[in-house]
Design a protein around this ligand. Structure first.
Ligand SMILES: *[C@@H]1O[C@H](CO)[C@@H](O)[C@H](O)[C@H]1NC(C)=O
Ligand SMILES: *[C@@H]1O[C@H](CO)[C@@H](O)[C@H](O)[C@H]1NC(C)=O
Ligand SMILES: *[C@@H]1O[C@H](CO)[C@@H](O)[C@H](O)[C@H]1NC(C)=O
Ligand SMILES: *[C@@H]1O[C@H](CO)[C@@H](O)[C@H](O)[C@H]1NC(C)=O
Ligand SMILES: *[C@@H]1O[C@H](CO)[C@@H](O)[C@H](O)[C@H]1NC(C)=O
Ligand SMILES: *[C@@H]1O[C@H](CO)[C@@H](O)[C@H](O)[C@H]1NC(C)=O
Ligand SMILES: *[C@@H]1O[C@H](CO)[C@@H](O)[C@H](O)[C@H]1NC(C)=O
Ligand SMILES: *[C@@H]1O[C@H](CO)[C@@H](O)[C@H](O)[C@H]1NC(C)=O
Ligand SMILES: *[C@@H]1O[C@H](CO)[C@@H](O)[C@H](O)[C@H]1NC(C)=O
Length: 496
């Protein structure tokens, strides 16, 4: 009977242990809903699909000159370099494979910036919380992304986003220096933060409480070669502490259309009880646990960006200009475009391949690159915010309203296109998700104790009893026996 009990008990305890070990985390909804003013308004990044304005640099014309042997010889070095630089922000197949492999980052970025539309070319007007602004420059500021020069609202300043001491000094990514007033991703806003702060916080819901902006484009500036037949703008809503990657995710705002965007935040927090666990077991990093070399704030997107930078650098010997990188990495140009594209694909598949068989890498750079990729392990941050956008759109016919007011349409505005975007929170509250302990140490102990008690009548007191009998009691008995022996010996001596 005793053996039976021990075996059964051991088997059940093993099951409990496996459960504790393998599924320590449960994701559930928080008990109370979170009002939107507790989280920042989403950062909005807008990119124009025309990368170089035709009136500043005619990409289409230079394309035909560059790809024709007889006219290529007549182009100056500068013109060739300019074309190669601009081709970096256009579709992949437009980059000449025979172009420079590596270029001076400062020069490349300057060429892209000078030819791209500036903020007054792109924005016609902005409204924040239903109050019109004189100019959009105090809301939007330039940002350099993989897609070239774009404009961003509510993103953290350069000194709070990047570890500037590890970055190169050739050119900057973010120009504005709006500093976050004590907002952190982990702790949110401090309790006494005023309503007007930076990053701007959500306040209320509905169209009137959000951001509205009017974009414009001139027909003569549009370039249909660079990005293909779809013109308009790309927009991404992201966390203010994150560098946007518009080549991966975005929604469109077409020309002559109004887009209405209702935002639903998606937030995930993590209970303190999970802090002692290993990050891979809880599947997230607390901010102090993971150091990124180029970013101050850990988020999954920032980590993936850095990982791709490291990987591309090992694979191609250079990185894309839009990736934050250190002073020892050089900037790729048109000749390395295929390599960069391939590296991006490889990074996704390298984990699967290295899982399949780790010893087949005959290629040195691939082996090194795998080592870099293995180091990444970009888990989500324990506190993360995402914004889900629900869009709807309708025609925006500005000429009809001019005609209705009987206003003349001048020649210089006749070829303008407008696009309007409204972004606002859909609801006043949202429910956060929460990672917490499914099965803590206490639960584990209670379960084991229950089983031991059921099968073996076991308790802490019985452990104490066993210890007592094995140590104190034993000593006591031995000591007493020795004393009684000595006494007897003494008695026999006395008797003698
Ligand atoms: C750019 O070049 C193309 C082809 O040569 C030409 O059709 C177009 O009119 C030019 N655009 C401008 C703004 O000069
Ligand atoms: C190359 O340019 C020359 C001179 O402009 C022109 O005659 C020729 O047709 C062009 N070739 C091609 C393939 O476009
Ligand atoms: C190239 O330049 C030379 C000299 O300026 C000129 O004679 C020739 O016609 C040009 N070729 C083309 C294809 O434009
Ligand atoms: C943008 O470019 C136009 C010329 O196209 C210029 O007049 C304007 O001052 C520039 N705006 C800024 C903010 O640089
Ligand atoms: C970058 O280039 C601009 C002009 O092309 C120059 O004024 C600036 O000093 C350069 N910056 C660096 C860090 O080389
Ligand atoms: C941020 O917090 C520090 C310390 O609590 C305080 O001294 C500082 O004034 C705060 N800054 C802002 C902009 O609220
Ligand atoms: C960067 O290059 C310099 C000199 O070329 C070298 O001393 C330094 O260790 C390098 N830094 C890194 C992080 O590789
Ligand atoms: C190693 O990879 C590089 C870059 O993809 C490629 O050019 C080279 O041919 C590869 N070498 C071997 C032996 O596969
Ligand atoms: C990228 O490389 C740097 C320097 O080698 C390293 O410190 C950093 O942790 C790497 N980043 C990632 C995400 O692996």
């Amino acid at each position: 009977m005793f053996t039976c009990c021990v075996v059964l008990c051991a088997g059940l305890i093993r099951k409990v242990w496996i459960k504790w070990n393998e599924s320590p985390v449960i994701v559930s909804f928080a008990e109370t809903s979170t009002p939107v003013w507790q989280i920042p308004y989403p950062a909005v990044t807008v990119c124009f699909e025309t990368k170089a304005m035709q009136t500043r640099f005619n990409f289409t014309e230079y394309y035909h000159l560059y790809y024709n042997e007889s006219t290529l010889a007549n182009l100056t070095e500068e013109e060739k370099h300019l074309f190669e630089d601009i081709s970096l922000v256009c579709d992949d197949h437009l980059s000449p494979p025979g172009g420079r492999k590596i270029s001076n980052g400062n020069e490349t970025v300057n060429n892209i910036r000078v030819t791209s539309p500036n903020i007054t070319d792109v924005f016609f007007g902005c409204k924040w919380k239903d109050a019109p602004r004189d100019s959009c420059t105090d809301l939007f500021s330039p940002i350099l992304t993989e897609e070239g020069q774009c404009y961003t609202f509510n993103t953290l300043g350069a000194s709070e986003m990047f570890r500037t001491e590890n970055l190169h000094q050739e050119y900057g990514y973010l120009e504005h220096e709006n500093s976050a007033d004590n907002w952190t991703l982990e702790d949110g806003y401090p309790p006494m933060t005023p309503l007007e702060t930076y990053p701007h916080r959500g306040s209320g819901y509905g169209v009137k409480t959000g951001l509205t902006f009017l974009l414009k484009a001139k027909e003569t500036d549009l370039d249909y070669l660079c990005k293909g037949p779809v013109q308009g703008f790309k927009i991404l809503l992201h966390n203010p502490a994150e560098l946007p990657r518009l080549s991966q995710q975005y929604f469109r705002s077409p020309l002559s259309q109004e887009v209405v965007v209702a935002v639903k935040p998606k937030m995930m927090t993590t209970s303190e009880g999970l802090r002692p666990y290993d990050p891979t077991r809880r599947q997230c990093y607390f901010p102090t646990e993971r150091y990124l070399r180029y970013f101050k704030v850990y988020t999954q997107a920032n980590c993936e960006m850095e990982c791709l930078t490291n990987f591309t650098n090992v694979r191609c010997g250079c990185v894309q200009f839009g990736m934050p990188h250190g002073p020892n990495m050089s900037v790729c140009n048109a000749g390395n475009r295929d390599c960069m594209k391939q590296a991006q694909v490889e990074l996704v598949t390298v984990e699967i391949l290295s899982g399949l068989d780790p010893h087949t890498s005959h290629n040195d750079t691939l082996g090194d690159a795998r080592a870099v990729a293995a180091e990444c392990r970009c888990l989500p941050a324990c506190t993360s915010i995402e914004y889900e956008a629900e869009t709807s759109q309708a025609d925006y016919d500005w000429k009809a309203i001019y005609r209705a007011y009987k206003l003349p349409i001048e020649d210089d505005i006749d070829d303008l296109f407008y696009a309007r975007v409204m972004i606002f929170f859909k609801e006043a509250q949202f429910i956060t998700s929460r990672r917490s302990e499914l099965y803590g140490q206490t639960d584990f102990l209670a379960n084991c104790g229950g089983l031991l008690g059921l099968f073996m009548g076991f308790s802490i007191l019985s452990v104490a009893e066993i210890l007592y009998f094995l140590t104190l009691r034993l000593c006591c008995i031995l000591w007493r026996r020795r004393r009684s022996k000595i006494r007897e010996a003494n008695k026999t001596k006395e008797n003698e």
